[in-house]
Design a protein around this ligand. Structure first.
Ligand SMILES: NC(=O)c1ccc[n+]([C@@H]2O[C@H](COP(=O)([O-])OP(=O)(O)OC[C@H]3O[C@@H](n4cnc5c(N)ncnc54)[C@H](OP(=O)(O)O)[C@@H]3O)[C@@H](O)[C@H]2O)c1
Length: 304
């Protein structure tokens, strides 16, 4: 079979990137190329054995030769990297520049979040960083189409049922600040990977923001969906008002970077509880071959 689309992916040794790689490997007309840090090559051995090209490189290292080799001849560059400003802002900037030089058609940055463009500055520090990169990308993209894939939060035991801790399936609790009336947007890692791969190979122009959604439920409906799907009952913990949540985050931030992993999930949850960063418009119907997983389906499938 002829390979006629080269898709260049960085972050394939990570959680989301590995799933995006699987989606692209399953497409018969795609040649997958990976940028992998030298010490991480073993993590993509399976992909390499199945025909993925591997370029060794670190996007923070200033190794422009590696970034040229990575981007040369690619239709789309996908970033699924994770890290601080040196990676999300400066590292991705270096790759975008290489992509522009190479005449790449599309760049998908490592956004994969709620709609960061409608979250107020300072509300979520990691969204601030990604908005900063988006501004750089708008200024420097040249002829490259830059598309941010927005999916809300990950509908996953590590995120919705873990890091953000809306529901704790082990303790059988759910927690909320305020009334929890705003719908919250969630999409699984696997569906995010499917939509990202679909955007990557799309021959049509794709807008600057592509938003896809698995499920959107307010707090009460989230609890109901979990209870019905698991056949168990949750104890709802009412943690206070949204102002109390603001105060708790501010207090944790005063403790500095040491508290980062405590205040970051609260920042995401606060935005959702306040109805910030909602996905609108949702564009699932652009790729009707993808039927995303709902909260009920996920809870049932995972036996949470
Ligand atoms: N919306 C949500 O609920 C949510 C939740 C979690 C994550 N996310 C987003 O999803 C995206 C992917 O996250 P993830 O959890 O899949 O990340 P992850 O598992 O930590 O993987 C990160 C990947 O980036 C690579 N990487 C990091 N620095 C690099 C560098 N300097 N040069 C080249 N590669 C580098 C890592 O390579 P190594 O193997 O060498 O370390 C790894 O492959 C991020 O944008 C993250 O913010 C969203």
């Amino acid at each position: 079979m002829m390979s006629n689309k080269t898709i260049a992916l960085m972050g394939a040794s990570g959680h989301l990137g590995a799933l995006i790689a699987q989606e692209l490997m399953a497409m018969p007309d795609v040649q997958l190329r990976l940028l992998v840090r030298p010490g991480s090559r073993a993590k993509v051995a399976d992909l390499e054995a199945r025909g993925a090209q591997v370029v060794e490189g670190d996007i923070n290292s200033g190794d422009t030769a590696a970034l040229s080799a990575f981007t040369e001849g690619a239709m789309t560059v996908i970033s699924a990297v994770q890290g601080g400003p040196e990676t999300i802002i400066e590292g991705q900037r270096a790759v975008l520049r290489a992509a522009r030089e190479a005449g790449v058609r599309r760049f998908i940055p490592s956004t994969f979040s709620l709609d960061m463009f409608t979250v107020n500055p300072g509300q979520i520090v990691t969204a601030d960083m990604r908005r900063h990169f988006a501004q750089i990308a708008d200024d420097e993209r040249g002829g490259v189409e830059v598309t941010h894939v927005m999916i809300g939060g990950f509908l996953d035991k590590d995120v919705l049922f873990g890091f953000i801790d809306v529901i704790d399936p082990k303790a059988k609790t759910a927690r909320v600040w305020g009334e929890g009336e705003s719908p919250m947007d969630y999409t699984t890692y696997a569906d995010t990977a499917r939509y990202t791969a679909a955007v990557a190979v799309d021959e049509r122009p794709v807008p600057r923001v592509f938003a896809a959604l698995g499920d959107s439920l307010n707090f009460a409906d989230m609890v109901l969906a979990y209870e019905e799907a698991s056949g168990t009952t949750l104890t709802v913990r009412r943690m206070g008002s949204l102002e109390d949540l603001d105060a708790q985050i501010a207090q944790l931030q005063e403790g500095g970077q040491a508290n980062f992993l405590q205040y970051l999930p609260l920042m995401y949850y606060r935005a959702q509880l306040k109805g910030q960063g909602r996905l609108d418009p949702v564009m699932n119907d652009r790729y009707p071959h993808i039927t995303p997983t709902t909260v009920r389906q996920y809870v049932q499938a995972e036996g949470l």
